[in-house]
Write a protein that binds this ligand. Sequence first.
Ligand code: AMP
Length: 576
Amino acid sequence: MSTTHPGPTQPGPTHRTRPTRRFDDRRVPFPPAAVAAYRDAGLWGTRTLADEFRAAAARHPDRDAVVAAEGRLTYAELDAATDRIGAGLAGLGLVPGDPVLVQVTNRLETVLAWYALLKAGLVPVATLAAHRGHEIAHISRAVGARAHLVEHGTRGTDLVAFAVEQAEGHPTLAHVLVLGAPADAELPAHAVRLEDLGVDLDAATARARVAAIQEGIDPDDVAVFQLSGGTTGVPKLIPRQHAEYWYNARAYADALGWTADDRVGHLIPVVHNAGISCGVHAAATVGACLVLTGHDLDTALPLLAAERTTSVLFGHVHYRAPEHPAYPALAQHLRIVVLSGAKVSEELFAAVAADGAWVGQLFGMAEGLFLVTPRDGSAELRRTTVGVPISPADEVVVLAPGTEDEVPDGEVGELCARGPYTLRGYYAAEDRNAEAFTSTGAYRTGDLAAIRVIDGHRAVSIEGRIKDLINRGGEKINAEEVELLLLAHPHVVEAALVAMPDPRLGERGCAYLVTDGVPVTLEDVRAHLRGLEVATFKWPERVESVAALARTRVGKLDKKAMAAEIAEKLRGEGAL
Ligand code: AMP
């Protein structure tokens, strides 16, 4: 850990040769003046993520750090176990700065793995358990991944066999790490059971080894890569740095007023940005307990209730939770319910508020910016807006799309933001970076928003989006990425993927196709995408064969018209 910050702008020769600085020439740093301002204001710290966690564990050793179906760990236990595994990872020959693909679900060992990777100075790359060869091959080569962490015994695909296959012929992938495997499980040669790492080390040795590793890491080094949900083409990589990423989580916990007595429920994929920033890290910033579950309400709600969860984040797929028979048992403990990902109806807001909890909304993105409804905001503000920035240093503007002109309050434009935890550039993506930021470095979110002045707060309401993606229950499907894959089908001449409304998931993908005369069915499309090893959640769930795609008068694809048409059809079919 560096206690005096060397200033990321004057990277002397020793900086350049440090292994963790390997990403520097392909990323856009925060400007030096901004770095100084964020530090002077006490927003950014000078510790690495692993050292921040260590300090939290020292403050709250005997409190529960994490609870899941697999068991529970106190902060002291989690700290010691991750020292051991972290030192064991280093013993494999992995060195600080090595990127590690993380492809696991929500379980106790995922939190162990997360902090162990950080303690070893490794850089987790947050992929999804649902990703397949198409995504993993791209992501792993883009970052030069050195190891692939997968979960044992997942339903459907055998991720261990998948990881072994992915490593074959790969230029850098040298290790397959397996999480959640029973002690007697037979693993392929070269695959290592994560929980076994460092078992031969005593606690003091393990701790000293990870401490020495952390000494060599700068708080402004890349700590984690998150994936962008909403850019063009293949997913872009978002480099998150130690100090700014921890600050993001601390500011979120503060915005909600959490204390060490809170027990924080999390159902959304935990390695995703929301999982890390609103769950794993945010809980640790205040010494709260993370109660980790999967998406399935039948198993999630009873565990959250049994663990006396006080604060929970529900994504769109959980918006039906208040109707679930297990909800009242949970509701008696809840003091904070945060809803995120889609418009909140009056009925939903009223149903959650009826049990006495404070109900609010969150807008968040892996690129940075978080908005949360203020604790003292009126019910109207908390129901109709996603609130205000979580940091006093966030600069949020709404611009007329494609311009740098601010629109008047109340009018809809593109939400743009610059601040202490919002990226200044995607990794190795010059072309994309040239269009994704304003001339002053504000990130163009691709979301449509308006500023609403309510009770003296300048709160943001989300009004749609410019970016061409489908938000399928929180998983983002990049339309262009899927269209390019569809065009690789021998009989597809033109393709457009549009969002069709879905009561449970919010949106699902519908492919409008023009073919060369040979019909292409939904089954054909699925077989094609399976062959290309594309993650299933991206597969279109309906095909509309047309003679020509709808176009505007100037000849541009008219996705609005197609989306309206398919929504109308679904209504006619009684599906909505
Ligand atoms: P991700 O980076 O996967 O977390 O996705 C971020 C995107 O999700 C945002 O740019 C929005 O398009 C969408 N999103 C996040 N929060 C909300 C919300 N409260 N309401 C509507 N859309 C949201």
